[in-house]
Ligand binder design. Structure first.
Ligand code: SF4
Length: 398
């Protein structure tokens, strides 16, 4: 169970959404019981139209000095990233936080599971704050602790649990990381998923991959040489995941039916369309994209890989990039000598990442100046210990 200073956040185990996307709630208002995204974020937020927001953020940051360390995920808005002490992907940021033991407060401009990881990896006396409690992750929400425990029961009833190694993507809740640690598994990132799976298959015969089916499938098939038939998709809303006993026994990869709602938008048609529109374009995508998208791309890799590839590209080259739009736009602006476009024709921000805006950041920093920290994210000690074991296993990967 994860708690905030406003009380416990429960794992809802909600019924499968009936096709209607969860609506984007107004800043800090109302609650959606199906998702961490809807947790209320009470507070006296400054108006988004306040012309002094930048000056207020600067003043508060200066007043706090080294007591505060601000982390900015690559998918954050420019208005927030300008105040970040470091930027990076979720794991790099959690490690950056752990390397700043003198900072009393870690302000995590990212989403909820990232703040949890930072709390797990930092000292007990450091406080991790998430400027908007409604900044969750739809992928992390797709695997609740209750659902995953039920799936494990299924594997135990079939007598195969002892040969299954859980491998969980960094983009998961602390509860799922703890489940992974409890059952001898490892966490992985999009950079080390191949190493994590190789290690897991040395420990057991099958892998339960949580919660991103696409990263699991892409890594298993493209990097480990498995066939698509070696992978089955476990649907937590169906008895036995919608699979037969033989399917579960024979699969090498049991993929959880989760995905990133941002990267899931890119299709093979997007790739075909951009190749026609921009002759000679290089297509560069994140491995959270669907298998057919990754297969039709020229380059595939993590957020850090995407940034480095674009930095190293020759002037005059053309790139269509399939990842979050804030990042693509920022990299395109930084390299005007290259043509860098977004892979999809329509706008595609991560709506929950975008919940962290300048008013929330100002409110968080000014609350710290006033000696009243808000939105602290804490992970219960028993959950944190098991999750840390899974994270340490990742760090020990050969
Ligand atoms: S981009 Fe996808 S995985 Fe990342 S926080 Fe948004 S929904 Fe979650």
């Amino acid at each position: 169970m994860t708690t905030t200073e406003h009380g416990p956040r429960t794992d809802t185990g909600f019924a499968e959404p009936a096709g209607t996307p969860l609506s984007l709630l107004l800043l800090g208002q109302a609650a959606d019981p199906r998702s961490e995204r809807g947790v209320e974020c009470p507070g006296d937020l400054p108006a988004p139209s306040d012309p002094d927001l930048v000056a207020r953020a600067l003043a508060a940051k200066q007043a706090l000095g080294d007591r505060v360390f601000i982390l900015g995920h690559h998918y954050q808005r420019d208005e927030v990233v300008q105040f970040a002490d470091v930027t990076g992907d979720s794991f790099k940021l959690a490690r950056d936080a752990a390397n700043r033991p003198d900072a009393e407060y870690i302000v995590f401009c990212g989403v909820h599971f990232m703040a949890e990881s930072a709390d797990i990896l930092t000292a007990d006396d450091q406080q991790v704050l998430l400027p908007d409690l409604a900044a969750g992750c739809s992928m992390a929400d797709m695997a609740t602790a209750e659902q995953v425990e039920q799936a494990w029961d299924v594997l135990q009833d079939l007598g195969i649990a002892e040969r299954v190694i859980p491998v969980s993507y960094m983009n998961s809740s602390a509860d799922i990381k703890a489940f992974t640690g409890k059952h001898g598994g490892t966490i992985c990132t999009s950079s080390n998923a191949e190493r994590a799976l190789t290690w897991a298959f040395e420990q057991g015969e099958q892998v339960l991959f949580l919660p991103d089916q696409h990263l699991g499938r892409n890594t298993a098939v493209r990097q480990l040489g498995m066939s698509l038939d070696d992978c089955v998709l476990y649907n937590p809303y169906k008895p036995m995941g919608g699979l037969t006993a033989d399917q579960l026994r024979n699969a090498k990869m049991i993929l959880w039916r989760g995905h990133c709602s941002v990267h899931g938008r890119f299709t093979k048609e997007c790739v075909d369309e951009v190749r026609e529109r921009i002759p000679g374009v290089n297509v560069l995508v994140h491995p959270e994209c669907r298998y057919e998208v990754v297969e039709s791309a020229d380059y595939v890799g993590s957020t850090e890989y995407i940034i480095k590839t674009l930095e190293a590209a020759e002037p005059g080259t053309k790139w269509a990039v399939g990842t979050e739009l804030n990042l693509v736009r920022r990299v395109a602006n930084a390299h005007p000598d290259k043509q860098i476009v977004f892979l999809d024709k329509s706008v595609c921000y991560c709506s929950t990442m975008n919940r962290i805006d300048l008013p929330h950041l100002v409110w968080t920093l000014e609350s710290l100046v006033a000696g009243k920290p808000v939105n602290r994210i804490t992970v219960a000690p028993d959950t944190a210990a098991l999750a840390q074991a899974a994270l340490e296993q990742m760090l020990a990967l050969p």
